[in-house]
Write a protein that binds this ligand. Structure first.
Ligand code: PLP
Length: 382
């Protein structure tokens, strides 16, 4: 079989000319397209000052792009300034229903997710954690033990930000629904690198943002809520952009929109919408399936090379259980990131692991350069 192409659109990303950039799990590389988008926002400010009409149209374009990315319709998507803001808004609309007051949270969650759920304890929620093993796996039986008729919501990450392991979404969703609970998926670490279809997977709520594999900007996120659920939830965290008619300017009432816009709050992050559109268009133009295939070629070589070095992975080896991020155990992860950076290799670390996260613009040569550098710093591998 022919190997999928890697190094796609490399010359669109100036940083690649002088660095081996393997840090898309933290912040995607800046493209000429996204840079130009920021400039066009500034140009518009000089030309017309306040282009509210244009910006509202832009927000709808970005909403439609996020929807396309996850297989949703635009009316199911709220534009936010972060993934946290989307979750905060949704959670504010959730109330315990008698003894059904438990939120089951997997150990793969990003801190903001756990923190937001724990902040609800004084509103009568109980947070139950599903722990991971020493080797970073969460056996499905642990979800079976944690989820029951007291569970209101199950909160899972698609991909763990610490070591890149993927939660078994399909099985967890089936289990949650069989117990009458909704599923909140934090898709942030998977968006732009792994295919996802919210309706095929029967996801109820999803949060994400634009700065990682979506190649856009900080300050732009979104929240998906399944159509059938939207009108059941009326958030306390709200504002004028959540109203049915934003232009009504009615100080005497709160009339939330009938679609997912009801989860929005104030003025949208206009400059980031420019960047968001450019980044999302780039990703969708390359195509998620093609991106996933390119990444799989690179991670396969990385795992093989790491093995040859005797490095220990924190990420499961099975390609079905991880995406772009491969985490390598280190004695001193921060020092390793710094040593690599001195050689122009950009990575990041969490929880004692070096995180290596290629995207479609990386090549096999990037992986080889990393492996040579890791061999020189074997003393920092655990
Ligand atoms: C899985 C995951 N969820 C959430 C976040 C944070 O999102 P935000 O800062 O947009 O709230 C991150 C950021 O690194 C993440 O990796």
């Amino acid at each position: 079989m022919e190997k999928p192409m890697t190094g796609i659109l490399r010359d669109h990303f100036p940083i690649l000319a002088h660095n081996v950039y393997l840090n898309s799990c933290s912040y995607g590389a800046l493209s000429h397209e996204v840079e130009a988008a920021f400039h066009s926002y500034l140009a518009r400010r000089h030309e017309v000052g306040a282009d509210w009409q244009g910006w509202m149209g832009l927000q709808e374009e970005v909403r439609a792009l996020f929807a396309r990315l996850i297989g949703a319709v635009p009316a199911e998507v709220a534009i936010t300034t972060s993934a946290s803001a989307g979750l905060d808004s949704f959670v504010s609309a959730l109330a315990p229903q008698g003894s059904r007051n438990r939120i089951v949270v997997s150990d793969y969650e990003f801190p903001t997710v756990g923190q937001i759920w724990h902040a609800q304890e004084r509103r009568g929620f109980e947070v139950v954690h599903v722990p991971e093993d020493e080797d970073g796996r969460i056996p499905f039986s642990r979800f079976e033990k944690a989820i029951d008729e007291r569970t209101l919501a199950v909160s899972i990450a698609h991909v763990c930000y610490r070591h890149g392991a993927v939660n078994e979404i399909e099985r967890i969703v089936r289990l949650a629904h069989a117990n009458g609970a909704i599923v909140v998926l934090d898709a942030y670490q998977g968006l732009g690198q792994l295919p996802i279809d919210v309706h095929a997977l029967d996801i109820d709520v999803l949060i994400g943002g634009a700065l990682k594999y979506l190649l856009s900007s900080a300050g732009l996120g979104f929240l998906f809520v399944r159509k059938e659920l939207i009108e059941r939830f009326s958030p306390f965290v709200t504002g004028w952009f959540a109203q049915r008619d934003i232009a009504a300017m009615n100080i005497y009432a709160h009339d939330p929109a009938g679609d997912a816009r009801r989860f929005e709050t104030g003025t949208p992050p206009v400059p980031n919408l420019y960047a968001g559109k450019a980044g999302l268009e780039l990703v969708l133009e390359v195509g998620i399936e093609r991106i996933a295939a390119a990444i799989a070629t690179l991670t396969a070589r990385l795992k093989e090379g790491a093995d040859e070095l005797g490095a220990r992975l924190a990420t499961p080896k099975d390609p079905a259980r991880h995406g772009a991020m491969i985490a390598i155990r280190s004695r001193d992860d921060q020092a390793l990131v710094e040593r690599l950076a001195e050689r122009g290799i950009i990575t990041s670390c969490r929880d004692g692991n070096l995180r290596v996260s290629p995207h479609f613009y990386n090549t096999e040569a990037d992986i080889e350069r990393l492996l040579v550098a890791l061999a020189d710093h074997r003393d920092l591998l655990a």
